[in-house]
Design a protein. Structure first.
Length: 194
């Protein structure tokens, strides 16, 4: 474990796990692969990766992780969570279509696979004004759409007028995949939040 950063884990049950682990190592962190409640207890920050939200939701339930994540996340000083793509869906309080087993922690309304099929995936340069980023290479793959952020949820970035990066207290979501780029700025930002 790095002495510079808190302990960070990646939910390792399905999805783009290895890509996040690699990105964290590039940031100087020795990440934890979180497969069960014992692993979860070792981390201060958790990334829920992109993948298939229904599958991740079912596996979280099967391995007894969902309830533990919710319990720890409700105390912002205990666990900070970042959900990318499918992870964003699982953190949302309102899911508009085909609702998976959700953590229902963040005040956003989201629609699954709203940008279309795999063939409709795309990459664009994204501005994130609050992080002073003008050109983040955002990769959208079967991405969800955040229809609205409410209460304390704060929009950090938009694409075509719609939120794609939102933060609320100890929670962060992106509908795109920073782990699929060589740009570590959002991973570093998550480390600062933790």
């Amino acid at each position: 474990m790095s002495t510079k950063f808190p302990s960070i884990g990646v939910l390792d049950i399905q999805g783009s796990v290895e890509e996040h682990l690699t990105a964290l190592r590039r940031c100087g962190v020795n990440p934890v692969s979180v497969k069960n409640a014992e692993d979860l207890a070792r981390v201060d920050g958790l990334i829920i990766p992109g993948g298939e939200s229904t599958t991740i939701g079912k596996l979280m339930k099967k391995y007894g992780l969902g309830g533990e994540i919710i319990k720890r996340a409700r105390h912002p000083h205990i666990l900070t969570i970042w959900g990318t793509c499918a992870g964003a869906i699982l953190l949302a309080k309102k899911i508009l279509n085909q609702r998976p087993d959700s953590l229902s922690l963040m005040n956003v309304e989201i629609s699954r696979n709203a940008y279309g099929r795999q063939l409709d995936s795309f990459e664009t340069l994204l501005a994130i004004p609050s992080l002073e980023i003008k050109d983040f290479p955002a990769v959208f793959i079967r991405a969800p759409r955040i229809k609205r952020a409410f209460k304390k949820a704060k929009v950090l970035a938009e694409y075509n007028g719609e939120p794609v990066m939102v933060e609320e207290e100890n929670l962060l979501i992106t509908t795109f995949h920073p782990e699929l780029t060589d740009d570590m700025r959002i991973h570093k930002y998550f480390l600062e939040l933790t």
